[in-house]
Design a binder for this molecule. Structure first.
Ligand SMILES: C[S@@+](CC[C@H](N)C(=O)[O-])C[C@H]1O[C@@H](n2cnc3c(N)ncnc32)[C@H](O)[C@@H]1O
Length: 301
């Protein structure tokens, strides 16, 4: 069995280390793709995981397209080399819409395979992949006037992956909220938002109905002083180990239904803490297309 992991752009070292720790055996690299013998292992730093890869001899462009069409309809190309030949193959495949997502929306449900040319006459293909998006890249129709920054895009992306988002009237606690991109996105969904940050919110966000700002440290906030909440969100700049202690405290309180938190790495990547987040029952830890040197922790109740 062959599994391929496409590293998030700029994070192949993190992915290779994570795979090594997970016990995967690397057999070769192809651009950002790491091929491993054996079944898949957890890989937060992978933008996409290609399951049950097959290697196909493709003597001609026509035969390559035919081989893929025989497997299924929808395919995404990954072409770090042999671009022209790969583009000619892609032209012969059914069109797959790459329209930007209009949030809120769930991820597409149609299976999307991935393929690449290892050599001009040798293809690697996987009909089943972990991401519903080509090479794990999610693009949105952006709002260029409402939010104070572009941080809302990683929250939108996390919620698309969950296939769920705060509903009108649900209570959200947004930790590390300033200047307010996430708060803006939550309030626009009709949720009630408690935004916690010593720094203030941008005035247009602070003025939104259903937004309340608390100018204090998220780490000093007692769960009982807030009460039951539907979503705890954190984009606080802090060491991941400190965030883990905060998440454990709120989980232990039993007051939170769902979590969306950014693990931010300063300097070296803290693989141990990332693994500790991933080990929480029901958790998902992902590198989103809109994450930098960060991972996103998701847990829904
Ligand atoms: C990356 S920014 C958050 C951006 C925000 N999510 C948005 O969409 O606009 C990180 C924030 O964490 C805040 N922060 C750092 N330490 C904090 C703490 N102890 N409690 C609350 N917020 C904190 C900083 O003030 C900063 O505003």
């Amino acid at each position: 069995m062959l599994t391929a992991y496409l590293a998030a752009d700029g994070f192949i070292d993190q992915l290779a280390e994570e795979l090594r720790r997970g016990g995967a055996t690397e057999s070769m690299r192809h651009g950002r793709l790491i091929l491993c013998d054996g079944p898949p292992v957890a890989a937060a730093w992978a933008a996409n995981i290609w399951h049950d890869c097959v290697e196909l001899p493709v003597p001609s462009i026509g035969s390559a397209a035919q081989a893929l069409r025989a497997l299924q309809r929808n395919w995404a190309m990954y072409a770090p080399v042999h671009h022209r030949r790969a583009a000619l193959i892609r032209e012969r495949l059914p069109h797959v819409s790459a329209k930007p997502v209009v949030f809120p929306a769930a991820a597409p449900s149609a299976p999307l395979g991935s393929w690449t040319l290892l050599a001009p006459d040798r293809m690697l293909a996987a009909a089943r992949c972990s991401s519903a998006f080509a090479n794990g890249e999610v693009d949105f129709v952006e709002d260029r006037t409402g939010p104070p920054n572009r941080a809302y895009l990683k929250l939108w992306e996390a919620l698309v992956h969950l296939g769920r988002w705060p509903r009108p009237g649900e209570r959200c606690l947004d930790l590390g909220a300033s200047p307010g991109g996430w708060t803006w996105a939550l309030a626009r969904l009709g949720a009630d938002v408690i935004a916690v940050d010593k720094a203030p919110l941008a005035p247009p966000v602070a003025a939104m109905p259903r937004v309340a700002w608390r100018g204090e440290s998220a780490f000093a906030l007692a769960p009982e002083s807030v009460g039951p909440i539907d979503w705890l969100l954190s984009d606080i700049v802090c060491y991941p180990a400190r965030l883990l202690r905060l998440v454990e405290r709120w989980r232990a309180s039993g007051l939170v239904r769902s979590f969306v938190c950014t693990l931010k790495f300063q300097g070296a990547t803290d693989h141990d803490t990332a693994a500790a987040f991933a080990a929480i029952p029901g958790a998902r830890v992902l590198h989103l297309h809109h994450n930098k040197h960060e991972l996103t922790f998701l847990l829904t109740g």
